[in-house]
Ligand binder design. Sequence first.
Ligand code: ADE
Length: 312
Amino acid sequence: MDSEANNQSTVPKKGPNDFIFGRVLGDGSFSTVYLAKDIQTGKEFAIKVCEKRHIMREKKQQYVKREKEVLMLLSDKVKTSAPFFVRLYCTFHDHSSLYFVLTRATNGDLLTYLQKAEKFDEEVAQFYTAELVHAVEHMHLLGVVHRDLKPENILLDTHRHILITDFGSAKIIPQPPFLPDADNSSEGTARRSSFVGTAQYVSPEILTDKRSSPASDLWAIGCVLYQMLEGNPPFQARSEYAIFQKILKLEFEYPALFPSVAQDFISKLLVIDSKERLGAQDFGGYPSIKQHRFFQSIDFETLYLKTPPCPS
Ligand code: ADE
């Protein structure tokens, strides 16, 4: 048994027997997240368990390795002062499984809140989008593209601040800092891959030339904001293929009474050409997003000190 993320010689190594495993918090395609209590401290965590046999069978070794690398990068207190990500406390393995000990988000995920509320008020949508933008900016500065941002992957902590999770689809670009750039061919994101993320939130460039970039996360933010205000994501259809067709034709509508400033902001993110998306490198970078009228009343630097508005 060895513990890797906190491998200082003075820190005793943890293993599965140091925790009491409780109910399932979430299920992924090749992992299960359990509520777990550290027997020694009584502290609760979410432990992601990946079965080795299943990972090998599905050839997902690269995804698991990437997820650990990204979590370690974002959990580095020196590099990450932004507290908007689940933190990796330690990892260990036994003969059958790999274990990631993560922050437990006590308030579940944003999708559950959204389904309960049906739609969010503009103030709530604005607050959560601001936290999302702030977190994603930080992630991009460290060279991480998430590539699967969606309400299920936005968890809420005890105070209902966001904690972005599930970095299994993420990509690391070797030389930070950089700005969202659609076509930086010297960087890893420009490599073609078979990845498409989740249909409703996938950006057109991933569908057409299978190239993702930081701007692909900006597209997803546009989809998530639309969903917060409308109840459903902008591109919906019976099949994934039909969803992809709608995305490529930018076929979506704003319902009557959709807040006009939010509409303007979303329309600048849901732009087919990733280079022309608000926030992309040649399109003003993050200042252009933060200075949009939609965020007029937001102070990005003190978001974490605010009490989030009640999702309703
Ligand atoms: N579901 C999946 N991951 C989780 C986490 N870290 N906390 C709470 N619920 C989760």
